[in-house]
Design a protein around this ligand. Structure first.
Ligand code: NDP
Length: 616
């Protein structure tokens, strides 16, 4: 403790580590990885690389005739966000809803991500929506991908959405027709669909992304992205048994939340596995458990909403009496957010600097535990050192897995630390260049994530053109412009369900559901009031954007700036360009939902204008 600054020393006389030294270590590790090209280091999975994203390895394409139809509502996207939108509309009695989905079934993320070990790290009782409505009991506290995919199908069946869906269909263009007050959509199957209302629910992680590594197009071996797992090549299924890899040298680039889950399976089955790691994940205990049917049967009606709200309250550092979920996520939040709660209960007694130092110390302690876990699990000293994350807990998505770390004790598993060169150096016909060496491979797997914070247009296959043919993406050129993240001026009868300028939660399905409830309310109101169109007012949109920017300007920007690069801080570009404007609603999802509920209760559709055209 002798090196600690006096402020630390006075506040925490008993610390067994030096917080200044840790701060400095975190800064060095961030600087080592910062790249001038930021998000431009990634390559769009398009043109020569389109097969990494567009090919569907799971369902053969079924030929069908092109369709020409006029419908009430088109929902683009059949993942949880689109499903929830359609379900909530049906619940309200809004009829004639059509869903368009690129995959061969519902599921979205859970249709595409079938890699071995895929699992949701959010508790299933919170994550799987409509459990009370559908009467389904999740098998485990943390569901694996097949069960989640099945649940999307269950929701589809329960709400009769299969009859309303066009699968294996991608929208090519959506344009507002002012004369008819309808959206016209065209698709890659030759369909022409006219709709009174359009809801875009294409999901935040629907486009796999690739690193722009020199030579990436040269590799002659087999290659795929984790979101299009090639079981034809690897053998086996979600539970493993990747028997066809027994004589293969396999490389995997990336060690994020996806890689953490599939690497144990690759390690078990590949002849040799080379893991190219730029930044280690924080890997905490998983500790999954079977659902107790007695406990489940005893839950009182309304339990799921209460549980989701409780989870969100704990994560946001709001007051709560009991932590219902009590898992890794809430443990982190309770410990690191403790100072915030103290501030509320002990207002006036703590200054802002003290609050932030307390939170930082709790974070250091948590991350010390994560690093100690690496030492306890990994016997090879060099690998253990490289697997330790040196950044604050919420700089990257925390991960939870009980098999990942021990995988590096296997003789056939080789950890290649590429942090010094800010990533893999190159790809050749035969393999990967890293740290001055060429590692020959039969198969190269990209666990390099998704386009989550790149430009909105890049993440959606099609253009959306509103009044006067204006592109949505031009309207959003300087950053998102919406009311509540859900609709924009110049785009009548248009809505989106997503992650920008609204209440954000790692429990994505809950936030999508809350947005779906709100959007379905608005559409229902338009119909009930006998109107033809509804549109966000320019002033209301401007005011919401200003509110988002104002609220985002606090300590969060500073926190992200100090983080190791990743998509949470736009690869280290936070604070630059549009990132403040594209922030979520900083007070959190519960506060956002309360705001939306008050808006609905007022019944005035404030900030939106209704119009009635008798002949439209
Ligand atoms: P991520 O974006 O989190 O990870 C991408 C990985 O690729 C990182 O380790 C990154 O390193 C690495 N990488 C990128 N470029 C290079 C390069 N040039 N050289 C070496 N390494 C490189 O993607 P994931 O698919 O893992 O996760 C994406 C998101 O999907 C998660 O954050 C989460 O939201 C969601 N997810 C959720 C799960 C759940 O349980 N609910 C499970 C899995 C995913 P670096 O960190 O240095 O950039």
């Amino acid at each position: 403790m002798s090196n600690a600054s006096p402020r630390w020393h006075n506040l925490f006389p008993d610390l067994d580590f030096d917080p200044d030294a840790l701060r400095e270590r975190y800064r060095q590790e961030r600087d080592k990885r910062l790249r001038d090209d930021g998000e431009n280091q990634y390559l769009e999975a398009a043109e020569n690389f389109a097969h990494y994203a567009d090919e569907d390895p799971y369902t053969a394409q079924t030929p069908r005739e092109a369709i020409k139809r006029d419908v009430n509502v088109v929902v683009v996207g059949g993942g949880f966000s689109g499903l929830m939108a359609a379900a909530r509309l049906k619940e309200r009695g809004v009829e004639d809803v059509l869903l368009i989905e690129a995959g061969g079934d519902f599921g979205g993320t859970w249709y595409w991500n079938r890699y071995p070990g895929a699992q949701c790290d959010i508790e299933s009782y919170c994550y799987l929506p409509l459990l009370e409505e559908t009467g389904y009991m999740p098998k485990e506290k943390y569901s694996f991908a097949p069960e989640i995919f099945e649940h999307t199908r269950r929701v589809g069946e329960y709400f009769g959405l299969y009859e309303l869906a066009l699968f294996q269909t991608r929208v090519k263009d959506a344009a507002w027709q002012e004369d008819r007050k309808r959206w016209r959509l065209t698709t890659d199957r030759g369909d022409v669909l006219d709709a009174r209302f359009l809801i875009q629910a294409t999901g935040p992680a629907n486009r796999p992304k690739l690193p722009q590594i020199p030579g990436i197009d040269r590799f002659k071996g087999h290659s795929f992205h984790t979101a299009r797992w090639d079981y034809e090549y690897t053998g086996g299924d979600h539970q493993g048994n990747l028997h066809k890899l027994a004589d293969k040298r396999v490389g995997i680039i990336g060690t994020g939340a996806t890689a953490i889950q599939c690497i144990p399976f690759l390690g078990r089955h590949a002849k040799d596995l080379y893991v190219f790691q730029r930044t280690p994940s924080s890997v905490d205990l998983r500790g999954n458990s079977q659902t107790d049917p007695e406990w489940y049967a005893g839950l009182k009606p309304g339990w799921q909403r209460d549980r989701r709200e409780n989870f969100a309250a704990v994560l946001a550092g709001q007051n709560f009496t009991v932590d219902l979920v009590a898992d890794g996520w809430t443990d982190i939040a309770r410990r690191i957010g403790l100072s915030l709660m103290n501030r509320r209960s002990d207002a006036g007694n703590l200054d802002m600097e003290e609050i932030s130092l307390r939170s930082e110390v709790a974070d250091f302690q948590k991350m010390n535990e994560i690093r100690a876990r690496v030492d306890a699990e990994v016997s090879k000293a060099e690998a253990a050192e490289a697997l330790k994350p040196w950044y604050r807990q919420f700089c990257k998505r925390p991960t939870f897995n009980d098999d990942f770390l021990a995988t590096f004790n296997r003789d056939n598993v080789h950890l290649i630390d590429v942090s010094a060169s800010k990533g893999v150096d190159g790809i050749t016909e035969k393999g990967v260049l890293a740290n001055g060496e060429e590692i020959e491979l039969d198969c190269l797997i990209f666990a390099t994530g998704f386009e989550i914070t790149t430009s909105a247009h890049r993440r959606v296959d099609f253009d959306t053109r509103g009044r006067n043919g204006q592109s949505l993406y031009d309207h959003w050129g300087e950053g998102f412009r919406t009311l509540h993240g859900l609709s924009s001026h110049g785009f009548p009868n248009w809505f989106t369900i997503g992650i920008n300028q609204n209440g954000l939660s790692p429990n994505m399905t809950a936030m999508f559901d809350d947005q779906a409830v709100h959007v379905s309310y608005i559409i229902d109101e338009v119909q009930r009031r006998g109107a033809t169109t509804i549109e966000v007012d320019a002033e209301a949109e401007k005011a919401w954007v200003e509110e988002i920017v104002r609220l985002a300007g606090g300590g969060n920007a500073e926190f992200l700036e100090a983080c190791t690069p990743g998509y949470y801080n736009r690869e280290g570009q936070v604070g630059k360009g549009v990132s403040m404007q594209n922030s979520p609603y900083a007070p959190g999802i519960n506060a956002f939902n309360e705001l939306l509920a008050r808006w609905r209760e007022a019944g005035t559709l404030e900030g939106m204008t209704l119009a009635t055209e008798p002949n439209a």
